[in-house]
Design a protein around this ligand. Structure first.
Ligand SMILES: *[C@@H]1O[C@H](CO)[C@@H](O)[C@H](O)[C@H]1NC(C)=O
Ligand SMILES: *[C@@H]1O[C@H](CO)[C@@H](O)[C@H](O)[C@H]1NC(C)=O
Ligand SMILES: *[C@@H]1O[C@H](CO)[C@@H](O)[C@H](O)[C@H]1NC(C)=O
Ligand SMILES: *[C@@H]1O[C@H](CO)[C@@H](O)[C@H](O)[C@H]1NC(C)=O
Ligand SMILES: *[C@@H]1O[C@H](CO)[C@@H](O)[C@H](O)[C@H]1NC(C)=O
Ligand SMILES: *[C@@H]1O[C@H](CO)[C@@H](O)[C@H](O)[C@H]1NC(C)=O
Ligand SMILES: *[C@@H]1O[C@H](CO)[C@@H](O)[C@H](O)[C@H]1NC(C)=O
Ligand SMILES: *[C@@H]1O[C@H](CO)[C@@H](O)[C@H](O)[C@H]1NC(C)=O
Length: 272
């Protein structure tokens, strides 16, 4: 009997102390859990709680214009506009004099819009190297970007990035290729892909205009060389024969004039 009343008393005090201290177990949640938004765009945030009688609730942000759109006792929906960079927001509720906060990180992205590919130099000879340079400006977050260089549909090179500084949001990719004869007819292109999965079911991609390379074959060059050598040889033969002809002609004339000279001298002698 005594044991029972002690147990009842203890149970009563436990109940009393918990209700006096107001320690109702509750939690605060935010939806979406992984907010992802395009730079400059707006976002809706639903801040909610499972507290029975919340006294106050709201959202804390910095540098973001926030307006409450809709509310009920257990949730509030906010419209956050013109979000330009990654920020942390806090959602809070006060329940039985206790405040609880939940923070979420808003991730801002800028999809790849412009992809440019350049080939340097514009023409090469088979066996020489050329450089493919791909530029994707203004992409965020860089660590979720993949840039692929393609030859036709074949992947030549693939690269992922790391954000080095917040200001630099350009992706550059250079790759050297040795020119082959069969490359001259193929299109080179660059493909950029911003993958925001799994947090957001979004995948953005853009491609460059295809570029062709002018490749000159050495075999064609050899032919040219042979033609040039033959032409030079023929020219030489021609020049030499002309020279020889001239020399012989001179010699023969000299002999003949020499003959006339003798004849003239003899005639002169006879006249005298
Ligand atoms: C709220 O949710 C938490 C975790 O799920 C739970 O422990 C708590 O009992 C809930 N509170 C109320 C008042 O339902
Ligand atoms: C906000 O979230 C709560 C809890 O998940 C939900 O009951 C409510 O319908 C949501 N409000 C809106 C407008 O989606
Ligand atoms: C908030 O909105 C006001 C006017 O509506 C604007 O002047 C201000 O620049 C905005 N602030 C931010 C951080 O976008
Ligand atoms: C959006 O924010 C940017 C920078 O925070 C500001 O320059 C621009 O004026 C804002 N636009 C609007 C419509 O509030
Ligand atoms: C071309 O690049 C390869 C490596 O990709 C290198 O081994 C080779 O020496 C380069 N050739 C020339 C002509 O620069
Ligand atoms: C590509 O080749 C150029 C010179 O031909 C060189 O300066 C550059 O470092 C090379 N780049 C790579 C990624 O190998
Ligand atoms: C290369 O691209 C041009 C223009 O887009 C296209 O007309 C041509 O068929 C392409 N060539 C190959 C081999 O894919
Ligand atoms: C970007 O990539 C990192 C690492 O792969 C990943 O942890 C993160 O969730 C991605 N960000 C988004 C917004 O998907």
């Amino acid at each position: 009997m005594l044991l029972f009343s002690t147990w009842v008393l203890m149970a009563f005090f436990t109940l009393l102390s918990s209700s006096v201290a107001g320690e109702e177990l509750f939690e605060v949640s935010v939806w979406p859990e992984w907010p992802v938004v395009e730079a400059g765009k707006a976002l809706w945030i639903n801040c909610s709680t499972n507290c029975t009688y919340p006294t106050k609730g709201g959202i804390e942000t910095r540098n973001i214009n926030t307006t409450m759109q809709q509310e009920e006792a257990h949730w509030k929906v906010f419209h956050l506009s013109n979000i330009s960079q990654n920020t942390n927001i806090f959602c809070y509720f006060i329940c039985s004099n206790t405040q609880k906060k939940k923070s979420v990180n808003i991730i801002v992205y800028r999809p790849p819009l412009q992809v440019t590919l350049s080939l340097q130099p514009a023409w090469v000879i088979v066996g020489e190297n050329f450089t493919l340079t791909c530029h994707v400006p203004n992409v965020v977050p860089l660590e979720n970007l993949t840039v692929t260089l393609l030859q036709g549909t074949e992947k030549l090179h693939r690269q992922t990035f790391v954000t080095e500084s917040k200001a630099l949001q350009d992706a550059w990719l250079t790759f050297n290729v040795t020119a082959r004869r069969e490359d001259s007819r193929s299109n080179f292109s660059c493909h950029a892909e911003l993958d925001l999965r799994p947090h957001s079911e979004q995948l953005f991609s853009a491609s460059s205009e295809p570029k062709m390379l002018e490749i000159f074959e050495p075999s064609w060059n050899n032919q040219m060389l042979i033609i040039i050598i033959i032409t030079i040889l023929l020219l030489l033969v021609f020049v030499i024969s002309v020279c020889l002809c001239f020399a012989y002609g001179q010699h023969w004339r000299q002999q003949r004039t020499g003959g006339y000279g003798v004849l003239a001298a003899w005639r002169n002698y006879r006249i005298r």
